[in-house]
Write a protein that binds this ligand. Structure first.
Ligand SMILES: Nc1ncnc2c1ncn2[C@@H]1O[C@H](COP(=O)(O)OP(=O)(O)OP(=O)(O)O)[C@@H](O)[C@H]1O
Length: 254
């Protein structure tokens, strides 16, 4: 039976790279407002799955449905316009521009439907978007750094700015690709707190993460991938106690 709370449905998806079955028989249902983690050992197919969702890769068969709309066959920018944003994977930032201007640009692009170079000229006259961007920077703890050049930020601060750049677009679904990769424990904990704060706003999130501390701190549901298949899914407690998971993942290299 269809669950009315499901907002993202990856339905019977397969992805082959030549002879390699990178995704097999994937059925993933993400409920509105939840944080759904996808975990699994290296090479399990996590990035491939994320790329299929955002339209960067076409599945060999099956489809992805978001809020009743079939995403499969659409281009990444069209999927983005439907309210799906991805963070922490090669974001386009303007290293020489201030943090504040970097946050304003995606807000303007969203309002106007596309990015135009001449947006860079009139930034300071966009008072509404300027104020909203300042609020967003306040939210992610970056207000004090708003005049700094984006290229001079530390890795942790850059990721916070990137998160603000995503949130300012008010996505309905936020995809996070290893949000704490390469971070110190302190920055990781700050990011967890930040993501919890976003969670309380009810935004749906799909998160790929290697760090089990992050996964168990944030996830409402976890799907475990191994060799391209979902071998278990459920609440963190259900997944933690699943012997198949312990064998394939938790007892493995991580
Ligand atoms: N473009 C591609 N062409 C051929 N094979 C690919 C391609 N992309 C991924 N693969 C293969 O598909 C499998 C799944 O890779 P994927 O990157 O999705 O795994 P992952 O779970 O994200 O791994 P990691 O945790 O190491 O990032 C791997 O065997 C990988 O080598």
């Amino acid at each position: 039976m269809t669950n009315p709370n499901v907002v993202l449905h990856v339905a019977d998806v397969h992805k082959r790279f030549g002879g390699l079955h990178a995704l097999a028989d994937i059925d993933l249902q993400v409920e509105e407002g939840q944080t759904h983690a996808i975990i699994g050992p290296n090479g399990a197919g996590k990035s491939t799955l994320l790329n299929v969702i955002i339209g960067k890769l076409a599945p060999t068969s099956g489809q992805v449905v978001f809020d009743g709309t079939i995403l499969t066959g659409r281009k990444p920018y069209q999927i983005n316009q439907l309210g799906i944003a991805r963070v922490f994977q090669t974001p386009e930032i303007f290293a020489d521009l201030s943090v504040l201007h970097n946050v304003m640009i995606p807000a303007l692009a969203k309002r106007d439907g596309a990015f135009r170079l001449n947006m860079l000229r009139g930034l300071d006259s966009e008072t509404g978007i300027l104020r909203e961007s300042e609020d967003m920077l306040e939210d992610v703890g970056m207000f004090a750094s708003r005049e700094m050049a984006a290229g001079s930020l530390s890795r942790g601060d850059k990721r916070r700015m990137e998160l603000a750049m995503c949130l300012i677009q008010h996505p309905r679904l936020l995809l996070l690709d290893e949000p704490t990769a390469g971070m110190s424990r302190h920055d990781t904990n700050t990011t967890i707190e930040l993501l919890k704060k976003i969670k309380s706003r009810g935004m749906t999130k799909v998160i790929i993460e290697h760090d089990m501390h992050v996964v168990f701190s944030l996830a409402d549901k976890i799907s475990v991938l191994a060799q391209g298949r979902i071998i278990a899914d459920g609440t963190p407690d259900q997944v933690r106690g699943n012997p198949k998971v312990q064998e394939a993942y938790l007892g493995g290299t991580h």
